[in-house]
Design a protein around this ligand. Structure first.
Ligand SMILES: Nc1nc2c(ncn2[C@@H]2O[C@H](COP(=O)(O)OP(=O)(O)OP(=O)(O)O)[C@@H](O)[C@H]2O)c(=O)[nH]1
Ligand SMILES: [Mg+2]
Length: 254
């Protein structure tokens, strides 16, 4: 276990680092499968852009995305002032526009769950393949992940009771909800359930897909993903794509 990064507490949301990471380092997977399968792209069928972004995760993806942005801008500026009568330049401009459009896509992800569930640990495991020392998140952490040309803005929101009433301030434009469950915390699963259904009923999240992480699978006596799924009555959720995945944030498994 590497413990050289310390995270939180943070008093406010801020973009602390522009991380370029490979999804291959930490993605959910098809259970029993050996290939890393990017969690939301495959689980939710959330559209070709997202699916394509995750299909062949590679470290170069994020870097390429940034290069791609730079290219788009330079093509655009070199065409400026030349007028549309030159077909090759006009085509260049159109191409640049399309290029930058696809490069600039950003998808908002919120990571929610009760305090101590492992949200911050998961976020940084995903970003850096590392286990970080955490303390309870006050407010939120936000990180950007770029995979190929697709940007994911990941909001890790503090889960303490006093903070839960403000979760809804993060909901607008959210496309993906990651709900992290502490699989050993049987006593509070009912609270998680309550929070889940409250979220799903929220207008701003009506189109959001949900990924549930049954975290802390390394703990003896933990609930399985199937148990959690049953308790949360996930099969009754018809109006949101959802997927449950068991994982262990400490090892990055799952
Ligand atoms: N055994 C075990 N411990 C974990 C795992 N994931 C996280 N933890 C530990 O659980 C504790 C809480 O983790 P955090 O990531 O800070 O939890 P959080 O959900 O962000 O909590 P809040 O910020 O208070 O909402 C830390 O001590 C982590 O090291 C896991 O998979 N297994
Ligand atoms: Mg946290």
């Amino acid at each position: 276990m590497r413990n050289d990064v310390v995270v939180g507490p943070r008093s406010d949301a801020r973009r602390s680092r522009k991380a370029l990471v490979a999804a291959a380092g930490w993605g959910g997977g098809v259970e029993g499968g050996s290939a890393y399968l990017p969690f939301w792209a495959l689980s939710f069928g959330s559209g070709p852009a997202v699916a394509a972004a995750f299909k062949s995760p590679a470290p170069a993806g994020g870097v390429r995305a940034l290069l791609c942005r730079g290219d788009a801008r330079s093509v655009t500026s070199s065409g400026r002032g030349t007028g549309p009568s030159q077909p090759s330049l006009a085509m260049g401009l159109i191409f640049a526009k399309l290029w930058s459009f696809f490069c600039d896509q950003e998808h908002k992800v919120i990571i929610v769950g009760l305090d101590n569930a492992g949200k911050t640990t998961i976020l940084y495991q995903f970003l850096m393949n590392e286990v970080v020392h955490t303390s309870p998140t006050i407010g939120s952490n936000v990180e950007e992940i770029v995979v190929k040309n697709t940007h994911f803005l990941m909001w890790d929101i503090g889960g303490q009771e006093s903070l839960r009433s403000s979760w809804n301030t993060y909901y607008s434009n959210t496309e993906f909800i990651i709900l992290v469950v502490d699989s050993i915390d049987r006593e509070r699963l009912s609270i998680t359930k309550e929070e889940l259904y409250k979220m799903l009923a929220h207008e701003d999240l009506r189109k959001a897909a949900v990924l549930i992480f049954a975290n802390k699978q390394d703990m003896k006596g933990c609930m399985t993903a199937a148990e959690i799924s049953k308790y949360l009555t996930l099969s009754s959720i018809k109006d949101h794509p959802w997927h449950i995945q068991s994982c262990c944030a400490l090892t990055g498994e799952g």
